[in-house]
Design a protein around this ligand. Sequence first.
Ligand code: G3I
Length: 455
Amino acid sequence: MKLKNLFNLLKVLPLFLLIISCGGPNESDDPIIIPVAKVQATFNMSISPSDPNVMLFDNKTVGKGEFMSEWDFGQGNGFVEDLPGIEEIRFDTDGTFTVTLKVTNEAGFTEDSKTVVVNNGTGGICPNGNCTSNSSSALKDATTTFFVGNITRASRINAGGKHTEVLKSDFSSITSEYEMKMNVMYPSQGNYDFSAADVIVNFGFDNAINVHGHALIWHNATPDWVKDFAGSDSEFEAMVKDYITTTVTRYKGKIGSWDVVNEAIEDGSGNPLRNSIFKQKMGDDYIKKCFQWARDADPNVLLFYNDYNMASSPGKRAAMFKIVDSLGDLIDGVGTQMHINYNFPSKSNIQAVADGTVSRGLKLHFAELDVRANPDNDQTSLTAERADEQKAKFKEVVQIYNSIPLDNKYALTVWGLKDNETWLIDFWGHIDWPLMYDDNFNKKKAYDGFLEGLQ
Ligand code: G3I
């Protein structure tokens, strides 16, 4: 028999058997018992209108006879009996949870499963698993009196996609995360490499996005050949002058500002200048010399001094303002990095940096804002509560910045687009969510906090 005919016979065999069993002579008068069918489990779910972290589950199973319903809400508690009415279940931590309804009768059981996605950064349980902030307005459209900035890299610009899409949609300024520093632009004596910097500057210029140059002189991004400079101090100074003049001249008219010197002040008490190779070879007035060379190269570019812990360390803040005062009209602005925590430093200390800068008639750049949500490494995910606290800190920082006089405004730059790109994870060695977008470029509550700070 051909395989095809055998297959056709097998298809009708059960019906044939059923007819025999029903139509043939019945050896007894017992009623024919048709086996009970399984009951199909089915449920609906909806986010509580009163709490974005509560899901409502409604058992919609319909079936004949007795059956039992059980739930597994995907939070590690296994199956629990279905209670009468709507089940209200909290989902407080970020993640993806599989919820299963199991319905059992004498014929066996069936299941219905649905997925609950939680992202507290974008407001809690995500409608239909789509985690996006409610904010439709772009940051840069709402930020009309100063640049709102973020960082970038040549590789990310060249790759395009969401990185450049978000930069163009939400930001009016960009800073090179690392490729406009001396160790990248001047890798060996007499050998400049502006290839990456050109990509970044040209992207900004082509898309009418301001470019903030960061940073001409920084002890942490000084090439080894400079640290090990074999020539005389005067030859060293001539080399630094040539580097600053060449670099600032190259981007004249294409970028808005430079961090001429970054992090020149020691941490700790007394806050003297760091004993960098620049201080050793050029003397304590190396900072003024660098500002002068940058000014000579481009009279129109804004020149900043940039440093960290300006808000959290009054001593360092005082040392910074002493340097600023010594530069006279060579300096246009102060960059305070703003690598802060959700709960530190205080509003008054952040305000003190703004007040000191404004009182000197200088521009203020909140230059590298990120807000650690897990500074004590006691969180495994961004909870709703911590996301709200982080949002409040973003709002506070933006309110302080937005309240300074127009003439003192320049830019508020966030140091990273999405959480999993932050430098903080490598630096501190543990997870954190310090930025305004989650790992999938969804806007978090922190993004809403920025917008609310502008109101
Ligand atoms: O992308 C290259 C990769 O191709 C290469 O294989 C690898 C090994 O050399 O290096 C990678 O580049 C690294 C880059 O980060 C991207 O990960 C650089 O080596 C590394 O030096 C660079 O670190 C940057 C650091 O400044 C030093 O420039 C961080 O991204 C950047 O977030 C950090 O930012 C600083 C600010 O400039 C100043 N304020 C503090 C802030 C945090 O340290």
